[in-house]
Design a protein around this ligand. Structure first.
Ligand code: PLP
Length: 446
């Protein structure tokens, strides 16, 4: 018997008892290769000595001091580390305990910025369908995932959604990348005009879409055009890099590759790599100076903002990524894994698309490759693949509703940055076995 309300109360879970690099070990001594970092969290694997030591040292020194009374050195150092590397003028940071809190913070900073500027009529956020920004009510309100929203719909904030940049399904073969990016930028422009530009606060998007679409990167030029639209109307651009940031794509900030700098950028997950719960919202000078030069303080706060031990752990994670050259390893192993997946699944009758950046890769499953028709949602193919993968000692992160929130299945891969050739091979072998077992169960086996 358990006293915990588990995520899936009817499905008993193995008990995790130890970690060994990219592997997790359960109470029966079974080893699981963590090919998804949980949910794109554990970028240094599960037993990184330097990070554990840094956390222990901070606990010995000072575990926590409330930020209403004191500053603390680890949070100052982590903020300096991040802002020195961040794009544009993202020169200030607000540390929270996870991704949803980071996005709530971004939404409130954006709103307060306009309030201080004397534009209190601004109230709308525009985000994209098939996005996920967190489960707190504000973040859920801007998210565009019908499944996660459905139960709470009547109590969510009014939301405005435009199309995601999802070339596999939404860019016709005859449309160029340039034309597709332009069409999406025009759609955002039209939505802003429909709402009234003077009422819009910000456009919010995941730089590379994670859980709801499965590692969907934008077409080249998309975010530059989006940035132009935002600037034209004087609205802010908020990039959610909670999954895709902190090195997962091979750049510390995923938007570096897209050549844009947002006004607010959120990160979490890989920031602390799971060793400590931590998230962050980076903000531009313009937003900081308007608030601090206006009323003088951000009307927000949580008990654990700037937590000393969480920041010390995250600082060592970030220093380790640089010391060990892990961004290069993400690029190298990511390219190898992608090549391996393409060689193995490129002609698979039920795999329609293989995509992503760095060690952030997605595979979309279809019943029919030619028509891109997904499997019937009643099969819950994604859940079967997850279960079969666990039987084969592999953690991956499949999800359903890929096409439109109702049907479609994909698998997200986000292995630790420390993997080598052996794990790249194991991921492919175990994933192939899991996919074949799951397809067989629904009568679609090869
Ligand atoms: N934003 C994105 C893109 C995410 O993937 C997630 C979590 O999966 C969140 C926000 C919410 O983060 P958290 O679960 O830490 O609150």
């Amino acid at each position: 018997m358990t006293a915990i309300l588990h995520r899936q109360p009817s499905q008993p879970l193995p008990l995790a008892v130890a970690g060994d690099g990219p592997y997790l070990i359960d109470s029966n001594n079974k080893r699981y290769l963590d090919a998804s970092g949980g949910a794109a969290v554990s970028c240094l694997g599960h037993s990184h000595k330097a990070v554990v030591e840094a956390i222990k040292a901070q606990l010995d020194q000072l575990p926590y001091a409330h930020t209403g009374f004191f500053a603390n050195q680890p949070s100052e150092d982590l903020a300096a580390h991040l802002t020195a590397r961040a794009p544009g003028d993202l020169n200030k940071v607000y540390f929270v305990s996870g991704g949803s809190e980071a996005n709530e913070t971004a939404m409130k900073l954006a709103r307060q910025y306009f309030y201080e500027k004397g534009e209190p009529q601004r109230r709308h956020f525009i985000a994209r369908r098939q996005s996920y920004h967190g489960n707190t009510l504000g973040a859920l309100s801007i998210g565009g995932n019908p499944g996660r929203r459905a139960v709470y719909e009547p109590i969510l904030l009014p939301a405005n959604h435009v199309s995601p940049c999802y070339p596999y399904r939404e860019q016709p073969a005859e449309e160029s990348e340039e034309a597709y990016a332009q069409r999406l930028a025009d759609e955002l422009d039209a939505k802003i005009r429909e709402l009234g530009p003077e009422t819009v606060i910000a456009f919010v998007a995941e730089t590379v879409v994670g859980a709801t679409l499965g590692a969907v990167e934008p077409v080249p030029g998309y975010f530059r055009k989006i940035r132009e639209v935002c600037d034209r109307h004087g609205i802010l651009l908020i990039l959610d890099e909670i999954m895709s940031g902190m090195g997962r794509t091979g750049c510390l900030f995923a938007c570096e590759e897209d050549g844009v700098a947002p006004d607010l950028l959120t990160c979490a997950k890989g920031l602390g790599a799971g060793y400590q719960p931590i998230g962050a919202c980076l903000l531009s000078d313009r937003i900081h100076d308007t608030i601090v030069g206006g009323s003088g303080a951000f009307q927000h706060g949580f008990t654990y903002i700037g937590h000393a031990t969480a920041c010390a752990g995250a600082l060592e994670v970030q220093r380790t990524i640089e010391r060990e050259g892990l961004l290069e390893n993400v690029q190298t192993q990511g390219a190898k894994l992608r090549q391996g997946l393409e060689a193995r699944f490129g002609n698979h009758p039920h795999i329609g698309d293989i995509r992503g950046r760095g060690l952030f890769l997605g595979i979309e499953l279809v019943q029919d490759r030619a028509t891109k028709q997904p499997f019937a949602p009643a099969h819950k193919l994604f859940a079967r693949i997850k279960a079969k993968a666990m039987e084969h000692g592999l953690m991956c992160y499949p999800n359903g509703g890929t096409r439109n929130g109702q049907d479609g299945d994909h698998i997200l891969l986000a292995p630790p940055f420390i993997i080598g050739a052996q794990q790249v091979q194991e991921i492919q072998d175990r994933l192939e076995a899991a996919i074949q077992d799951a397809l067989k169960e629904i009568g679609a086996g090869a």
